[in-house]
Design a protein around this ligand. Sequence first.
Ligand code: NAP
Length: 413
Amino acid sequence: MSPHQQTHVIVGAGLAGAKAAETLREEGFDGQIVMIAAEPERPYERPPLSKEVLRGEAARETAFVHDASFYDERDIELVTGTAATAIDPGRFRVTLAGGRELAYDRLLLATGAEPRRLPVPGADLDGVRRLRTLADADALREQLRPGARVVVVGAGWIGSEVAASARTLGAEVTVIDRAKVPLEHVLGERIGAVYRDLHREHGVEYLPQTGVGAFEGDGRVSAVRTTDGRLLPCDLAVVGIGVAPRTELAEAAGLAVEDGVVCDERLGTTAPAVYAAGDVASAWHPFYGRHLRVEHWANALHQGPAAAQAMLGRPVVYDRIPYFYSDQYDVGMEYSGLAGADDELVVRGDLERREFVAFWLRDDRVVAGMNVNVWDVNQHVQALIRSRAVVDRAALADPGTPLDALVPATAAS
Ligand code: NAP
């Protein structure tokens, strides 16, 4: 009798799922791997969808995580265009749309997140778009022509990057934001203002503290009505007002869910043999001493492999400091850490020239840092955060003091 061949099933074929499958094979797992993709595409990365791929500067092919041959070559069964409809952790089974049932030895939930919808009249009109998938990016790219009138709703990361890309392509762009400045929820008012000015200098009309009352049009959007009664004529609208983790499968299966699928630091959920990674996972973070759900690319990139290691019984603890980057026009940035609205801001460099490092301090310690058009410093920012060292504000603000000099030797080693 042949020994039982193990099957590991990955539900969700985004970056986290794809990197998990890759790692399972790299680490020598020779059982069956099945990946379930709701979309018709093989796994792809999202950062280029609001940047190079949206602007047509990079081919859509460049967004894919792996070559088309990768999955066959590694004997990974990639089931595309098929959603998982249920999991049964008691019977170690996953059910797919169409009725196929799969038995698993380990299951990874990497179902990602779903864009929030704006609950206003006209939200279903043609031309009211979102940007989450490669298909969304394809459709949007078609319409971002020079002179096209685009209203962007929300100035979070999607809104900001889409506005920059659309403007770069020559569209007429208006951004409606309920905050005072773009990205205020992450960067606060002073740094958010840098992005407001950047967009305005590039010709974007930025409307702060403005809500959407309705999308108007006959079948197709032709204007956005603001809550203060203005009518903004447009050819299309792009809504980027955040995402919600796709937790329905986990919830229905009785797993603990609290703004994400609750996991321990090994990314194990409350059900045996079930793991979670990426946007959907709310994992215990040893450094922060609490559960953390991170909606950024780097988290998916690293949590997928960590979950795969855990699925193979390896001793892994996921404790990376959150990290992300953004490019808008000629301004690039990297951000590490986690800051709140009450944290103190210290700036090194020049906000007006958009060449600076911003630090957020809590109890005299750096909790987050963001370098803007300044490079090769992010590893020092992360080391500072991890060291929890009390910092000298003057030295932190002084571009002449190397950042690594502020990291205590004991923490740096
Ligand atoms: P986001 O960055 O979380 O920003 C959402 C924005 O929408 C916030 O400014 C929020 O304002 C606002 N908002 C929420 N509900 C609203 C409502 N009902 N009406 C008007 N505004 C509302 O989300 P996103 O821009 O949609 O991006 C989607 C996901 O992709 C996020 O997880 C994001 O991190 C990720 N992403 C990341 C990058 C990057 O790392 N460079 C780029 C693109 C996308 P409040 O703060 O007031 O709630």
